[in-house]
Design a protein around this ligand. Structure first.
Ligand SMILES: Nc1ncnc2c1ncn2[C@@H]1O[C@H](COP(=O)(O)OP(=O)(O)OP(=O)(O)O)[C@@H](O)[C@H]1O
Length: 259
């Protein structure tokens, strides 16, 4: 079957979960080149499980995942590492590396078995350091930088890996508002200017509404997906939390505590 060139990720009737239980089912959405998409939903609804399934870290239970028109499970790990990079919440084991060395690991899918970096690899590492404002920190060990800086390093490594699709699990955890906005704006720029397709899980619904091209709401039922404004009009955010606690204000795109 031919693939529309712009279509990067196509998810149809997907069921995710574990041997003992289904976490979410009937998930459907499609992402095109250059889109930034947030996955939102209440605690425990299955955001990370979905992301890990899309990243090939755990098997799907049912349905279909296509990356650039080809079933995800048909990719070998070496071809997949050139198409898909994943930034998880777990801290990397390699925190003893310098910032520059950790970012250089992103080039592993392209280097020879000795790990020799070509001029092109070095150029891409420098570009990633510059884009994520890490030039000054490049010789610091990863255990000597703040959580916010480390988050930028991990995204920079994904950028250096130069994949079509980048998946991130809660890239804004532990960050203050300024740094949440900073990292999300950097992701938006990476999507729009470098034509990457980026999918991330988040609890920052209000920021996702302002910055994402698409949002997938895991709601345990229909899992609506679309343009944030459309989802607001269709009142999907109003139903996200029990209304006796918080209410969504469609005019401002924000949640208010019910008094
Ligand atoms: N390894 C596992 N085995 C069985 N069940 C699991 C496993 N990991 C998570 N779960 C369960 O799967 C469900 C979805 O968890 P998941 O972490 O995907 O939710 P989430 O939406 O990312 O939550 P949060 O917003 O709290 O991070 C939860 O009920 C969780 O307890």
């Amino acid at each position: 079957m031919s693939n529309n060139n712009k279509n990067i990720l196509s998810v149809k009737n997907l069921t995710v979960g574990y041997e003992s239980k289904i976490v979410a089912e009937r998930i459907n959405f499609e992402l095109e080149t250059g889109m930034l998409c947030g996955i939102v939903g209440i605690n425990g609804i299955g955001k990370s499980t979905l992301l890990r399934t899309l990243g090939g870290f755990q098997p799907k239970l049912d349905g279909n995942i296509k990356l650039k028109g080809k079933n995800l499970e048909k990719y070998t790990s070496s071809t997949l590492s050139k198409e898909l990079s994943v930034v998880l919440t777990e801290q990397p084991a390699s925190k003893n590396l310098t910032v520059q060395e950790l970012i250089a690991l992103g080039r592993q899918p392209y280097t020879n078995w000795l790990g020799t970096l070509t001029e092109d690899d070095k150029h891409r590492i420098k570009d990633s350091l510059d884009t994520f404002l890490l030039k000054e920190l490049k010789h610091r060990k990863c255990h000597e930088i703040s959580d916010g800086q480390l988050q930028r390093v991990l995204v920079a490594r994904a950028m250096a890996q130069d994949t079509t699709l980048i998946l991130l699990d809660e890239p804004t955890t532990h960050l203050d508002l300024y740094h949440k906005v900073q990292i999300l704006k950097m992701l938006q720029e990476l999507a729009h200017e470098k034509q990457k397709t980026i999918l991330f899980t988040t609890h920052e619904i209000e920021l996702a509404i302002q910055l994402c091209d698409r949002i997938l709401i895991l709601d345990g039922k229909d899992h609506p997906f679309g343009d944030p404004c459309q989802l607001i009009e269709q009142k999907y955010f109003d139903r996200l939390f029990p209304s006796e606690m918080v209410q969504f204000d469609a005019k401002t795109g924000s949640f208010k505590v019910t008094k």
